[in-house]
Unconditional design. Structure first.
Length: 259
């Protein structure tokens, strides 16, 4: 760790204010190039503590940079994770008010709901047995940093750009979700296509990596929690007044509208 607890709280407050005011800020490593990944995760934990202090529940975790499409788009190739607040969830078909965002983007994902806790390195069998349901999902990311640019330390400190998520209909975890076609539409036009196999070769690996990273940070994935396995395609910029939908083979369709 390169910074003390007071600085961690101050940086978290700055990122939290930026998110709540919809105002981009300078990347945290510009002023503090010495920040390391431990500092970044400590800032992220402090952001979660601020949400909890406001009465929000932590609903689960999200994985980042689990696909080549995302690594290439953002120039970051380390696996990261962030925390999902219950208040980030939008119901399927809801309206997303862009006036409260900075420069939001949307990406197509798979989500898992857990029926058992997971922590540390786990086998594929343990991971599969811990899943209650698999769901098609859309994630809204909105980097708090100017120009949506960051390095890995910046983006971890910024809770992996988490802003919102929409879940579709749950399906049985026994289905084969290893290679499902995924299509993202904006106003009825296809803007991204991919496969769930783009998520670390198999989306289950997204969950296994989430468990491993949580374990490394003294955390645990809990029963009932949501895990977003990471985007299968590059993210697409949102604009007000558009309809966003995703279709995931065998899992169905979900979407939202922006205003
Ligand atoms: C960071 C979040 C990455 C994913 O699915 O890979 C992510 C970002 O791209 O701003 O959510
Ligand atoms: Mg994502």
């Amino acid at each position: 760790m390169a910074i003390d607890a007071t600085t961690i709280r101050a940086v978290a407050r700055r990122l939290d204010d930026a998110a709540r005011q919809g105002q981009a800020i300078e990347q945290v490593t510009v002023q503090m190039p010495e920040l390391d990944l431990d500092d970044a995760y400590a800032i992220q934990a402090q952001l979660a503590a601020l949400r909890i202090a406001r009465g929000e529940r932590i609903a689960g975790v999200k994985m980042g940079f689990t696909s080549r499409a995302k690594m290439r788009q953002m120039g970051v190739s380390d696996l990261i994770w962030g925390r999902l607040g219950a208040g980030m969830e939008l119901p399927d078909g809801a309206v997303f008010d862009m006036s409260t965002a900075i420069h939001p983007r949307v990406e197509t994902e798979l989500a898992f709901i857990l029926r058992r806790p997971l922590c540390g390195p786990v086998s594929t069998t343990e991971a599969r047995n811990a899943i209650e349901a698999v769901l098609p999902a859309l994630e809204i990311i909105d980097s708090r940093y100017r120009d949506f640019r960051f390095n890995v330390v910046d983006v971890v400190a910024d809770n992996a750009s988490a802003r919102g998520f929409v879940l579709g209909e749950p399906a049985s975890a026994r289905m084969d979700f290893s290679n499902l076609g995924m299509v993202l539409h904006l106003d009825g036009q296809v803007v991204q296509t991919g496969s769930s196999a783009a998520i670390l070769g198999h989306p289950l690996r997204g969950l296994m990596e989430a468990a491993r990273l949580a374990g490394e940070r003294g955390a645990r994935l809990e029963a009932g929690e949501i895990v977003l396995a990471g985007a299968a395609t590059a993210a697409v910029a949102l604009r007000p007044g558009c309809h966003v939908s995703a279709t995931v083979q065998s899992l169905g369709r979900l979407g939202f509208t922006t205003t």
